[in-house]
Design a protein around this ligand. Structure first.
Ligand code: SAM
Length: 448
């Protein structure tokens, strides 16, 4: 190394060390603010904290929640290797989102049952409206469907009657991989929600739980397995199927220096309360040997031991698919609706679409208690099911309402799902051929 290079290296190292020092101090201060806020909150009565922030502090309750979250995760944040600038957790916890802050009023009213799904307005009902009207727990009469409930699922689910939901499709925040507007989610919160979900499911109802693991201290967290065991052992649900959602482009792609392969799948745990009442096979697996019969002369042995030939029908073009479902992810693929990307972790539309058509029928009630950008509600609407979406973040509730307006086309979704499942490129298969065949195999219960 020559002298100029040496000077450059030493300047880089000293600047880097300064930056780390500043970050470390900044984060310690943020953690301290979180601690003070937690103490203040504990000294107030339920519901007074937001008002206190508004009256006394120069930032919003969302920022306060972020400080609190940082404080609650202080051990992990401190043990992060700051010299590698692995500060993504802290950044995410503190960053104030600037885009898409809607300005739509929150309705304090509960709506009635809406018969015409095409016309269904999607109202937002705030958790406080349920409380203010002093509704008895488990007492929503006839269930408010096609409704977005804004609040903590632990609160809102308590108002839902036992045995009322046909299908739940949902996905929890995974470990520490993303911050959703500063709301924490841990195993204790999961347990409360899981218990309520198993209570509100109808007998024969199904729960499709999409989950993956974060890496904590160099190990996969196994949160997914802990949650699955809890649903089975503590909530008494059957594990009907362990399915895989395979992504064409992984969330955490490996690079040449990685010590893990790219993370390219998530689990879809399919639970049922007793035997599943509804199961619609998706018959869109394209057979390689379509229209041919197997090699050799088919035969069957008679009672006297002689062999007789019998007719073997040729392999059909499509057969029932397996339990590894493949989807293309990323902009333009996860959803055709650009609004979806205002949320950090939207489902692929097709994943929700396929779960709903497989495990429910038209007119059934589909719940997503952790609705995020509202993919499940939007797909339930296309498929003529009633939906209930619960989401803690007010910002995402507005997003859900906007996403419900997107003009999805069920035929197009059905076809895209078949193509992605079969890893076929659009141009390879004529549109009319594939759609005709799938419709011949499956039930159609949506209108164009
Ligand atoms: C993984 S995301 C769901 C994404 C969703 N499947 C979609 O397609 O957009 C989980 C969501 O749960 C929400 N959440 C976290 N804790 C919650 C709670 N206690 N009650 C309701 N929603 C909660 C988060 O705000 C986040 O949007």
């Amino acid at each position: 190394m020559n002298a100029i290079e040496k000077r450059r290296v030493s300047e880089i190292i000293s600047l880097h060390n300064e930056i780390i020092g500043h970050f470390r101090k900044g984060i310690q201060k943020a953690i301290r603010i979180g601690e003070l806020l937690v103490k203040q909150k504990a000294s107030l009565r339920y519901g007074e904290f937001m008002k206190w922030i508004e009256d006394n502090l120069p930032f919003t309750d969302r920022t306060a929640r972020r400080y609190i979250m940082l404080y609650e995760n202080r051990e992990r944040v401190r043990s992060d290797n700051l010299s590698d600038l692995k500060l993504s957790h802290c950044y995410r916890l503190l960053a104030e989102p600037s885009e898409y802050i809607g300005n739509i009023g929150i309705s304090e009213d509960n709506g009635a049952f809406i018969d015409d799904l095409d016309e269904a307005p999607s109202q937002i009902v705030h958790a406080r409206a349920l409380r203010q009207r002093k509704m008895k727990k488990k007492s929503i009469s006839g269930l408010d469907v096609n409704t977005i409930y804004c609040g903590d699922a632990r609160d809102i689910l308590q108002y839902m009657p036992d045995d009322s939901i046909d299908l739940i499709v949902s996905s929890p925040p995974y470990d520490f991989t993303r911050s959703y507007e500063g709301h924490t989610f841990d195993f204790e919160i999961f347990k409360e929600i899981a218990l309520q979900l198993s209570r509100v499911m109808k007998k024969g109802g199904v729960l499709a739980w999409v989950v993956a693991d974060g890496i904590i201290e160099n190990s996969e967290s196994l949160s997914s397995m802990k949650q699955a065991l809890h649903f089975r052992e503590e909530c008494g649900l059957n594990l009907h199927d362990t399915m895989i959602y395979l992504k064409n482009s992984p969330s955490f792609p490996a690079h040449r220096q990685s010590n893990r392969f790219s993370q390219s799948f998530e689990y879809i745990f399919v639970f049922s309360k007793g035997k599943p009442r509804t199961f619609n096979l998706l018959c869109d697996r394209r057979n390689k040997w379509a229209n041919t019969t197997s090699f050799g002369t088919p035969s069957m042995r008679d009672v006297d031991g002689s062999l007789t030939g019998y007719y073997k029908p040729p392999t059909p073009v499509y057969s029932p698919r397996g339990n590894i479902w493949k989807y293309n992810t990323g902009r333009g693929y996860t959803s055709k609706d650009e609004m979806a990307f205002h949320h950090p972790a939207p489902f692929p539309d097709l994943l929700a679409y396929d779960c709903i058509r497989a495990f429910s029928n038209c007119g059934d009630i589909v719940l997503d208690p952790l609705a995020g950008s509202g993919t499940v509600g939007a797909m339930a609407k296309v498929l003529k099911r009633y939906f209930i979406s619960i989401e803690i973040s007010e910002r995402y509730c507005h997003l859900i309402r906007e996403r419900l307006k997107f003009p999805h086309n069920a035929d197009e979704l059905t076809m895209r799902s078949a193509l992605e499942y079969n890893s076929v490129v659009w141009e390879d298969v004529p549109y009319t051929e594939i759609i005709g065949d799938i419709q011949a195999n499956g039930k159609r219960c949506y209108s164009k």
